[in-house]
Design a protein around this ligand. Structure first.
Ligand SMILES: C[S@@+](CC[C@H](N)C(=O)[O-])C[C@H]1O[C@@H](n2cnc3c(N)ncnc32)[C@H](O)[C@@H]1O
Length: 230
């Protein structure tokens, strides 16, 4: 399964190489360029990619800029390929949520954190998206940092292409209601979401320099937050 994805990505990269970054931006690249235009992109990049898989989709977009790159994935096959593709990175096979929450990352001064967590997906402990460990991310960052995460404004558009049983959907909506503190948690529009994240980050003692949302495809998007310590 992962190896099929790896070779597919290798093939795609070869195909798009001549136009990539000239006429073709990935959603992640667009977000990074936006942060650069705001002059909020770190000069010496200390990066954590907490759900890297093989790294051929997202990690490779910024890996060359990183002075230090730490990668995590729980899937042993994915990590085999990630180690091969990113020989200079600190590549770890394991539970990055546990590492983020319990001080097991190799550094605590990350200035770029990428959270491409699986969706739609329920973790074995019944949690969803980044809800359980969102606050803990901020225990692992430098005084100035950029965090990019997958967010899902409207779960129905995603469930239309990845149908799940009603019980799963109800649990997901409930988890979203708890995290976002809204009534209609199946659909949380980006303009509402950005305000909620801003409040959460400020409550953790950080100043929000930028919070922005961009779609990554028709089903979900990337939320970018640039923060500094108060
Ligand atoms: C959406 S994919 C990431 C794709 C990747 N960012 C890329 O660019 O190819 C989600 C990944 O999260 C991993 N994952 C799921 N639970 C995890 C956990 N607790 N700790 C670390 N990785 C986990 C899965 O194995 C999967 O590879």
């Amino acid at each position: 399964m992962v190896s099929k994805l790896y070779y597919k990505n290798k093939f795609i990269i070869k195909l798009i190489k001549p136009i990539e970054n000239k006429r073709l931006f990935t959603a992640l690249k667009l977000n990074i360029l936006t942060v650069k235009d705001y002059q909020l992109w770190p000069k010496k990049l200390i990066a954590l990619d907490a759900f890297c898989q093989t790294g051929l989709q997202w990690t490779r977009v910024f890996s060359k800029e990183a002075e230090y790159l730490e990668m995590w994935d729980i899937n042993t096959d994915a990590i085999k390929f990630a180690k091969k593709e990113f020989p200079k990175a600190n590549v770890n096979c394991g539970d990055s949520i546990d590492a983020i929450m319990n001080g097991k990352l190799h550094r605590k001064d990350f200035n770029f954190v990428l959270i491409d967590s699986p969706v739609p997906f329920m973790y074995p402990d019944g949690s969803f998206e980044h809800f359980k460990f969102f606050d803990s991310i901020f225990k692992n960052i430098a005084d100035e940092a950029v965090i990019m995460m997958d967010v899902v404004p409207n779960i129905q558009t995603m469930l239309d292409i990845h149908p799940h049983p009603k019980e799963f959907n109800d649990k997901w909506i409930n988890a979203r209601a708890n995290f976002y503190g809204v009534k209609d948690a199946a659909c949380v529009l980006p303009q509402v979401m950005t305000e909620i994240y801003k409040s959460k980050v400020e409550a953790l003692g950080f100043k929000v320099k930028l919070v922005t949302y961009n779609a990554r495809n028709a089903h979900f998007g990337i939320l970018t937050i640039a923060v500094s310590k108060n």
